[in-house]
Design a protein around this ligand. Structure first.
Ligand code: NAP
Length: 288
């Protein structure tokens, strides 16, 4: 339950278009309420062309302390900010902005959010080639995370050769010069033979989509020690993860990434520890 909105209430929010599906208000308002803070977190539906006006307008509203960005604003926001921290520069996408003085400072918490559930896994990442399915915005953060893990090579698969080439070109030189390779989907079986971690960064299998980006036959190709990671968090588990679990492969869904990217953002805005378990419970309760 939200507390009262007062004359002193500070505002956080999420910019997207559409934004009505966002689960961020659920988890952030649960944390804010449990901490007894005079804050509120609201959705900001902002069409693409209106983003510059929205960023400037929110700066003029002194009670707005920060905001998240989701599709389609994570890249387009960059030139509109006063400062972009190195992690967001290297990913080429900003998902969190904080007011510092009279400046908008952007960062990317998707990378750390993605990494959090992998910290529990004890393995030699230098022996774990990464295979990333999809080359959209989330795939960029996943590439940066796999670089941080120390995966020896990062393969990105896409269905559109032009978009794949653009994806490779827009990664920073640090990532490009690393062992980053882009491939058409047809290369999948060959890459699965040696994969250490396979990440679904496409919407295939989301909500009521009964499809899977990897068939049972393809899953059978994966080495036994491989990890299957789906960025999707509805349904839990996706068909991709069901097939992985049936094959005895470790499966991770996108919920912890969602929770952790949010918790890291809230901690940055508030400059204090946040109740991540409350955020987790609020999301799970909402999703079930
Ligand atoms: P995006 O920028 O729209 O990228 C989607 C990618 O998937 C594109 O490369 C797209 O290819 C590809 N794709 C879409 N449909 C496909 C299909 N039928 N076959 C093959 N490739 C297909 O989206 P995004 O922001 O990267 O998000 C991707 C997924 O990650 C979504 O499901 C999103 O909900 C999830 N996500 C989760 C979290 C989390 O916290 N857990 C965070 C971010 C994103 P084309 O370019 O050719 O269309």
């Amino acid at each position: 339950m939200l507390g009262s909105v007062l004359g002193t209430t500070k505002i956080l929010g999420v910019m997207g278009f559409p934004v009505s599906h966002s689960l961020s208000p659920v988890m952030h308002n649960a944390a804010i309420a449990s901490m007894g803070l005079d804050y509120v977190y609201v959705p900001f539906p902002i069409p693409v062309d209106d983003l510059p006006a929205a960023i400037a307008g929110l700066k003029a509203i002194q009670s707005v302390q920060g905001f998240n960005l989701t599709i389609p604003h994570k890249v387009e926001v960059i030139p509109l900010l006063d400062e972009v921290l190195p992690i967001a520069q290297s990913v080429g996408a900003v998902n969190t902005v904080k007011r510092i003085g009279d400046r908008w400072v952007g960062t990317n918490t998707d990378v750390a959010g993605f990494l959090e559930p992998l910290k529990q896994i004890n393995c030699d990442w230098s022996q774990m080639p990464a295979v990333i399915l999809g080359s959209g915005g989330a795939a960029k953060a996943v590439v940066a995370a796999c670089l941080e893990l120390g995966c020896p090579v990062i393969h990105v698969l896409g269905r559109d050769p032009k978009k794949l080439k653009k994806f490779h070109g827009t990664m920073t030189s640090q990532l490009r010069d690393y062992n980053l390779r882009v491939h058409p989907w047809a290369s999948l079986p060959h890459l699965l033979e040696v994969a250490g971690i396979v990440i679904n960064a496409t919407p295939i299998g989301m909500a009521h989509d009964p499809h899977t980006p990897i068939s049972e036959a393809e899953m059978a190709i994966l080495p036994n020690h491989a990890i299957a990671y789906d960025l999707i968090y509805t349904p839990r588990p996706t068909k991709f993860l069901q097939i992985a679990e049936a094959r005895g492969i470790k499966a991770i869904d996108g919920l912890e990434m969602l929770i952790n990217q949010g918790a890291i953002a809230l901690e940055w805005w508030l400059d204090q520890p946040v109740p991540i378990q409350i955020m987790r419970q609020a999301l799970i309760h909402h999703l079930t």
